[in-house]
Design a protein around this ligand. Structure first.
Ligand code: PBG
Length: 323
C-alpha cells in the first residue's frame, strides 16, 4: 500500500533497472534464416525485404563465418528452386546433390559447429506452389508425408542437425521420426512448425522464393487464425509424435499462443518472426516514422517475455549488434 510500496523505487536508475530486468536478449536466442540460390557470387536483393538477400553458396559460406563470429549459432535454410526442376511430387527435394543438400554440406564445411536447420516442405519444389502433392485441386496428406519423411532423411544424411517441417500435414512428425530412427539418425532434432497459421504475413517470403500458391490458399492445412485452443491440440500431437522443439508462426500477432503453450507444455518453444513482420518494420523506418533499432529490440524481447526459447528472425544479425 502506498507509500509503503512505491513501484517507481525499482525504476529509479538505469543500474537498478538493469539488476531487475526479467528477460534479456542474447545471441543464443536467435535463428538466422538464409535464402539460397544457384550460381556464383550472386547476392540478389528481395524488394519486399529491404536489406535481405538471396545468396549463392560461395557467399553463403562467407556469411555463416560472419554469423559465427557474431555468436549466432543457428541458421535455417530455404532454397529457391529453378523453375525447370519443379514438379507436383517435389522429386528434386530428394536429390542428394540438390541445392539444399549442397548448402548443408557447404555450411558444415565452413563452420562445423554451426547448427544447421532445414525447411522441410514441398512448396519451393512444387509446380503448384503448395506444401504437398496436388490431385484435383486438393493437397494430399499421406502421399505428401511419405515424400517429406524421405526429404528430412536426405537432409540428415547431408549433415543437418535439425529438420524443420513447415508443411502442416498430419502425421508428418511421426513419419519423419520413424524414418530417422530407422536410418540410425537418433540425434537429429525435429523442430516442428506445430502452430502455423494460414497468414498473409508470409507474402514477402513467397516473393523471395517465388513460392506463392499457384491456385487457392493454404487454409486446408495451415491453421485458421481465429483459433486459439486448436494450437495446443496441434502442438501436443506433434510432441507425442516426436517433436523436440515446437514452433509458433507468425510471431508478433500470436504472442498469446506462445504464452498458452508455455503455460501447458515443457518442450522448448520457438517463435518465427516472419517476413511480413520484417517488411512492416523496415517500411515504417524508411519513412522515418519509428525508431528502427528500438522497435526491433522491443519486438524481439516480447517473444522472450511470451515464453519463446528461440526466435527465428531476419533481424538476428542487426539485433546482436545492439545487445
Ligand atoms: C514454407 C514456409 C513458408 C514460410 C516458412 N516456410 C511460407 C508458407 O508457408 O507459405 C514463411 C516464412 C516467412 O514468411 O518469413 N512452407
Amino acid at each position: 500500500m502506498f507509500p509503503l510500496n512505491r513501484n517507481r523505487r525499482l525504476r529509479n536508475s538505469s543500474s537498478m533497472r538493469s539488476l531487475l530486468q526479467e528477460y534479456r536478449l542474447t545471441p543464443d536466442d536467435f535463428i538466422t534464416p538464409l535464402f539460397i540460390i544457384e550460381g556464383k557470387q550472386l547476392k540478389e536483393p528481395i524488394p519486399s525485404m529491404p536489406g535481405y538477400f538471396r545468396m549463392s553458396l560461395d557467399l553463403i559460406a562467407e556469411k555463416v563465418i560472419t554469423l559465427w563470429k557474431q555468436d549466432l549459432k543457428a541458421v535455417l535454410l530455404f532454397v529457391k528452386v529453378p523453375e525447370g526442376l519443379k514438379d507436383n511430387e517435389g522429386k528434386e527435394a530428394l536429390n542428394p546433390d540438390g541445392l539444399m543438400q549442397r548448402a548443408i554440406k557447404t555450411i558444415k564445411d565452413a563452420v562445423p559447429e554451426m547448427i544447421v536447420m532445414t525447411d522441410v516442405a514441398l512448396d519451393p519444389y512444387s509446380s503448384f506452389g503448395h506444401d504437398g502433392i496436388v490431385e484435383k485441386g486438393n493437397v494430399l496428406n499421406d502421399p505428401t508425408v511419405a515424400v517429406l519423411s524421405k526429404m528430412a532423411l536426405s537432409h540428415a544424411q547431408a549433415g543437418a542437425d535439425v529438420v524443420a517441417p513447415s508443411d502442416m500435414m498430419d502425421g508428418r512428425v511421426l513419419a519423419i521420426r520413424k524414418e530417422l530412427e530407422a536410418a540410425q539418425f537418433h540425434n537429429t532434432v525435429i523442430m516442428s512448425y506445430s502452430a502455423k497459421y494460414a497468414s498473409s504475413f508470409y507474402g514477402p517470403f513467397r516473393d523471395a522464393l517465388d513460392s506463392a500458391p499457384g491456385f487457392g490458399d493454404k487454409k486446408t492445412y495451415q491453421m485458421d487464425f481465429a483459433n486459439r485452443e486448436e494450437a495446443l491440440v496441434e502442438t501436443q500431437r506433434d510432441i507425442e509424435e516426436g517433436a523436440d522443439i515446437v514452433m509458433v508462426k507468425p510471431g508478433l500477432a500470436y504472442l498469446d499462443i506462445i504464452r498458452d503453450l508455455k503455460n501447458s507444455i515443457q518442450t522448448p518453444i520457438a517463435a518465427y518472426q516472419v517476413s511480413g513482420e520484417y517488411a512492416m518494420l523496415k517500411a515504417a523506418a524508411e519513412k522515418g516514422w519509428i525508431d528502427h533499432d528500438q522497435v526491433m529490440l522491443e519486438q524481439l524481447l516480447s517473444f522472450k517475455r511470451a515464453g519463446a526459447q528461440l526466435i527465428a528472425t531476419y533481424f538476428a544479425e542487426e539485433a546482436v549488434k545492439h545487445i
